[in-house]
Design a protein. Structure first.
Length: 370
């Protein structure tokens, strides 16, 4: 079995999305072809310590009584090393290195800051480890809802009205920020600029509630983005890299998120813990012309951030037929029932085939500047 590609699944992390990352690791492990790939599990505990995690432990991750799994605090730490023969991961026990495993490619299944934002991608680049997904710059820009919009606007993509409250602006020019937000149409959505899974987000219907919502978002990120709400449908498109075609990527059919909760807010609890809170329609019921337009915009967004491998672009379709891009996610939800894999499954591509295609793209990617 020495011919198998050695793949490190890296998951957990110190972001609030730790548990979702663990669930993703269990799902990917269940799908990856272990006759083709030799898998090593590398978990990052909430404390930030790295550890090799047995595959049977990863496979058992589940939501139990409404609680997501987490990486257990390790007895011994895992370390990545650069050697003459390439990268390796090992367990350090005192002065000894045990369980030394080669790594041909890494699949970082981390969501949120310190994983999806270019930080771990930079580590892989420095160590000469090929990895699945977007590079340092596209990951960092895609994680930041402020600079993401700056890139979209520069590429001519339709972006809705928004206000940015940096730490400096909020501390020294609070009234100015609140006046700018007051000029938006309510409701508005107040979000940590570099977060995901709807954690720390508030739907605000009155100007008097904005300051408290910003303070709540600042618990997760000192920079906050306030977006004008859009009346319409939420449509999503999965983009998959394909370096062998001129477009460089392929766009999936569209999916629609229909929020069933009374407040119409697709929050963290609704996404992951309330099975009756939302419905996913795949494919979305839209006119062919609208679908083609959004799929083209999804590919433009992918290239605007110089993405690689995979991304999911989210849009709003208004009642008047206008389309606005909401965001692009460079490490979208990736459990088997998540929107990204389901969109490709609707085309006939199985979840294991999707996992294999992403790993194969990573292995084929050259090291160094691309």
């Amino acid at each position: 079995m020495s011919h198998r590609t050695k793949v490190a699944l890296v998951f957990g992390g110190v972001s609030p999305e730790h548990g979702i990352s663990c669930l993703t690791a269990a799902s990917v492990l269940g799908a990856i072809d272990q006759e083709r790939y030799e898998v090593v599990g590398v978990g990052i505990a909430k404390s930030g310590r790295w550890t090799q995690v047995p595959l049977e432990t990863i496979a058992a991750y589940r939501i139990v009584n409404g609680v997501a799994p987490e990486v257990a605090e390790p007895q011994d730490d895992a370390v990545f090393m650069v050697t003459e023969d390439g990268a390796e991961v090992a367990t350090r026990n005192g002065e000894e290195l045990l369980d030394i495993r080669g790594v041909d490619a890494a699949f970082a299944l981390l969501h949120g800051p310190f994983g999806e934002d270019g930080t771990i991608q930079g580590m892989f680049e420095m160590m000469g480890i090929r990895y699945v997904g977007c590079g340092v710059t596209s990951s960092a820009v895609g994680m930041d809802k402020h600079y993401m919009r700056v890139a979209f606007e520069a590429a001519g993509l339709p972006v809705g009205p928004y206000v940015v409250a940096t730490d400096r602006r909020w501390r020294h020019f609070r009234d100015e920020v609140l006046a700018e937000v007051g000029a938006l149409q309510f409701p508005v959505f107040v979000k940590p600029a570099r977060g995901g899974s709807s954690i720390g987000i508030s739907r605000v219907t009155e100007p008097g509630e904005v300051a408290a919502a910003i303070e709540k978002a600042r618990e997760y990120d000192p920079k906050v983005v306030i977006e004008q709400g859009v009346r319409g449908r939420e449509l999503e498109c999965a983009v998959l890299g394909n370096p062998d075609i001129p477009d460089g990527c392929e766009a999936s059919p569209l999916g629609e998120v229909r929020v069933l909760a009374d407040d119409g807010f697709y929050d963290y609890e609704t996404k992951y813990f309330d099975e009756s809170g939302a419905a996913l329609d795949i494919p979305a019921v839209v006119d062919d012309e609208v679908a083609a337009r959004i799929r083209a915009l999804a590919k433009r967004a992918y290239h605007a951030l110089d993405c690689e491998g995979l991304a999911r672009a989210d849009f709003f379709l208004t009642d008047d037929g206008d389309v606005f891009i909401n965001e692009i996610n460079t490490m979208p939800g990736f459990t088997e029932i998540s929107m990204f894999p389901q969109l490709w499954q609707s085309t006939g591509m199985t979840y294991p085939e999707l996992v294999g295609r992403l790993v194969d793209m990573a292995v084929a990617r050259p090291l160094g500047l691309r």
